[in-house]
Design a protein around this ligand. Structure first.
Ligand SMILES: C[S@@+](CC[C@H](N)C(=O)[O-])C[C@H]1O[C@@H](n2cnc3c(N)ncnc32)[C@H](O)[C@@H]1O
Length: 296
């Protein structure tokens, strides 16, 4: 099956290339609010966030931290709203997100990004479905948020539980999708019993399947191809359209091609284009179009 793929270098808060109700599945991993590697992106994207960080340096107020956290989620919310518009009735949105822990002005706390996104998506009109926990093999237990238990980690009560899982939040727009009996593409997309049993269980761990990634990919925090592969095969059928509004290094496009789905991905950072094209490679079964928006 020949499939079509669009890479849009532009901001997914406005997806004017997509009509209402035209996408069957969204799979993505956004920049994570309150994780310091993404501060610069949020500050550049929204001058109000940069201003709040300036205020925080001057007055170190907890109120300002809460405003920064809220403004970062407001930025993402515009993309979740646009996703709801473009999904078909019954279309699924899969969001890979990690919570953040951070010490600001000497105060350590959790920023539960997964619950914030769930609240926002429910307000938008999505139905929340049971989520997946992706158990990452790499994190070490932490003491005072410093990444590893020091000796005092054995002495109650001041050590912290380690964040060693990320969330894959699942939402549906509207009602269950309906198909004609014996729909060929649907039957051609069938999962094996082993895949169904493993993939529809709540905890996923990819021990021993770590990928080798380049430095720039590491900076985009690329997710494992296995995540995109499972989600695309669980929630779409061959020939359908998969959206990634935060494309990064292009993992979702690569896996959509492998699974005979069409795709569209949005990325604001044009420096990632060579990484994306290298990652997706070339096959004559996939027509790939790169579209640079003149105005974001
Ligand atoms: C966590 S990374 C995605 C990683 C991706 N899943 C992968 O495997 O490479 C998030 C990406 O979203 C991009 N981004 C942030 N805001 C955006 C927006 N409004 N529209 C499109 N891309 C955006 C960032 O530049 C970054 O590359």
């Amino acid at each position: 099956m020949q499939t079509q793929h669009r890479i849009i270098l532009g901001n997914s808060q406005r997806m004017s290339e997509l009509e209402d109700s035209s996408v069957q599945l969204m799979v993505t991993s956004p920049p994570y609010p309150m994780i310091s590697m993404w501060d610069e992106l949020f500050c550049k994207a929204d001058p109000k966030i940069a201003e709040l960080f300036g205020e925080l340096a001057a007055m170190s107020e907890e109120k300002v931290v809460r405003q920064i956290y809220a403004a970062m989620h407001d930025y993402l919310a515009k993309v979740w709203q646009e996703t709801h518009r473009v999904l078909v009735d019954g279309g699924i949105a899969c969001i890979n997100i990690g919570d953040a822990t951070r010490s600001i002005n000497g105060k350590f706390q959790l920023y539960p990004n997964h619950s914030r996104i769930t609240e926002v998506c429910e307000k938008i009109g999505f139905t929340t479905l049971p989520y997946i926990l992706w158990k990452k093999p790499t994190n070490k237990p932490s003491y005072k948020g410093k990444g590893a238990f020091l000796g005092s980690g054995f002495l109650p009560p001041n050590a912290y539980v380690t964040l060693d899982c990320e969330f894959i939040l699942l939402f549906r727009k509207g009602r269950l999708r309906k198909f004609p009996p014996h729909d060929k593409d649907r039957y051609d997309s069938v999962l094996t019993k082993k895949e169904r049993d493993e993939w529809f269980s709540q905890i996923w761990s990819f021990k021993g399947t770590r990928q080798t990634v380049t430095d720039l990919e590491r900076r985009t925090a690329a997710y494992p191809e296995e995540i995109a592969n499972r989600l695309i095969r669980m929630f779409s059928i061959k020939g359908e359209l998969v959206l990634d509004p935060f494309l990064g290094s292009g993992t979702t496009t690569k896996i959509a091609i492998q699974n005979e789905r069409n795709s569209i991905g949005y990325e604001t950072d044009p420096n990632l284009l060579p990484i994306i094209t290298k990652k997706i490679g070339y096959t004559k079964e996939a027509i790939v179009k790169i579209i640079k928006r003149l105005k974001n």
